[in-house]
Design a protein around this ligand. Structure first.
Ligand code: UD1
Length: 448
């Protein structure tokens, strides 16, 4: 079976019920090239609201979430050039990312409507830039999502500390300000998009802002790099204290989106689980240290060279069971928890996986059980029995990273697995079927 290519990132694609049909049991050999990071592209695009000049972004992945951000910006009157939802990718396992140019000089509304925020919570990333630059933002309040309630109270507390006024009506948050003023902000909980929103807002504030307990994710550091190229004065991004000296205006820039560490980690785990020898190329191994340390502990053989990692495993080689807890970067990411859990179904003993970031992030567990996995959950702890033989089944994706774990489960199962609702996957994995079939996986996309 080869990969059947269908358009990604278009409106119609978002509602279509595509599924993956996977024949399990193939070992994986070859190279997978990692795309630009979704979680970096989204704030990088929102940051274009901070200037009237062109912002050129390279290596932007072709993903449904990027399509949603384009739609959101265009709805506000912002010009975006270069992004074509619905392109058909070339055959093979190459990279499909491309460049886009954003220009916000024609912006005519400061509102992020419900239908877009509902589709993609990261739409809240426009909040900070809109308030800082235009003095007003109206953003639909994000509801809960499959993995938890995910409030944005910390974003709002931070903006209030910078002098903004926040009010709510009819499901929307209105934030207004004359000019934001630098302040000292200490987050109670580490929040990635919250840190990004405040760094963007503080860049155009008057005076100095110090953010403590800031998220240290590489995507935060890369956003700060972009803002510095736009003329911002930011120190310490990537550490837990970030200092921003506000400036009066920012200008355009040209930057490349950093490689997607979660995509890289997903393919590393897939290679380890299925066996074979796979080069995960064009990535930053330094961004997946926590995973690599766990793979080493599990006895998975890998070599690291510059911007690639080669994962190698004989099909019958032992995998040591692990105890893993998700934590903010640089510790083990919640976005790889579901994928690691599938690997642990093949461990030599029992694994304990503790999810500390989101309260409901075990939605993949019932589906994995239907495939024969022996996993018990107690609150935020999953106890995973190793050495189980997974069997192909009809299963349903529930959220982005859970979908990836189900695909990996399908790759290592006996027989055929059908993963439905893969629109979740298309939000964050660029042409996964091409990349996987490029390394010998047997899967195809079908539309029902
Ligand atoms: C980002 C990532 C997502 C990842 C998550 C955690 C993007 C676009 N998405 O999401 O892929 O899974 O980080 O690494 O970058 N919280 C509050 N109040 C707030 C904000 C957050 O209580 O105002 C809580 C959340 O409910 C959660 C925790 O803080 O329990 C971390 O969430 P956060 O880092 O904000 O996640 P996102 O930025 O939404």
């Amino acid at each position: 079976m080869g990969a059947e290519t269908l358009p990604i990132g278009t409106k119609s694609q978002k509602v279509a019920m595509d599924k993956f049909v996977i024949e399990g049991g193939s070992m994986l050999y070859g190279t997978v090239r990692i795309s630009g990071a979704k979680n970096s592209a989204l704030p990088a695009m929102a940051a274009a609201l901070l200037t009237n000049d062109d912002v050129h972004l390279g290596r932007v992945p072709c993903l449904a979430d990027v399509g949603t951000m384009v739609e959101l910006l265009e709805k506000m009157g912002v010009r975006t050039d270069g992004y074509e939802g619905g392109r058909r990718p070339a055959e093979g396992g190459g990279s499909f990312s491309k460049s886009i140019t954003i220009n916000a000089s024609g912006i005519n509304t400061h509102e992020a409507p419900y239908e877009l925020v509902r589709t993609m919570r990261a739409s809240v990333l426009v909040l900070g830039p809109l308030v800082a630059r235009y003095g007003s933002a109206r953003v639909s309040i994000p509801g809960g999502c499959a993995i938890g309630s995910r409030p944005i109270d910390l974003h709002l507390k931070g903006l209030t500390a910078l002098g903004a006024r926040v009010s709510m009506d009819h499901g929307y948050i209105d934030v207004t300000a004359q000019r934001l003023k630098g302040a000292k902000i200490a987050f109670d909980t580490v929040t990635v998009t919250g840190t990004e929103n405040l760094i963007m807002a503080a860049s155009l504030a008057q005076g100095t802002t110090v953010i403590r307990n800031a998220a240290r994710e590489p995507e935060v550091a890369s956003l700060a790099d972009q803002l510095v190229r736009m003329g911002a004065k930011i120190h310490g991004a990537g550490a837990d204290t970030v200092t921003i000296d506000g400036v009066d205006r920012l200008h355009g820039c040209a930057v490349d989106i950093i490689p997607d560490r979660i995509e890289a980690g997903t393919y590393m785990i897939a290679a380890a689980a299925a066996g074979g020898e796979v080069e995960i190329a064009d990535c930053k191994p330094g961004h997946v240290r926590a995973l690599l340390a766990r793979m080493q502990e599990a006895g998975i053989d890998y070599t690291e060279t510059g911007d690639s990692v080669v994962v190698k495993r004989e099909k019958t080689a032992r995998i040591k069971s692990l105890n893993v807890k998700t934590m903010p970067y640089p510790d083990f990411p919640t976005d790889l928890q579901a994928q690691l859990m599938v690997l642990m179904t093949q461990g030599d003993d029992t694994s304990v996986i503790t999810e500390t970031i989101f309260e409901n992030r075990f939605m993949h567990v019932p589906e994995l059980r239907r495939m024969g996995a022996d996993i018990k959950t107690e609150g935020n702890v999953a106890i995973v029995k190793g050495g189980t033989r997974l069997m192909g089944a009809q299963i349903m994706a529930t959220d982005l990273r859970a979908s990836a774990s189900l695909v990996i489960a399908g790759l290592i199962s006996d027989g055929t697995t059908e993963v439905s609702r893969i629109y979740h996957l298309d939000r964050g994995y660029e042409f996964m079927e091409n990349k996987l079939s490029g390394i010998g996986a047997k899967l195809k996309r079908t539309r029902t």
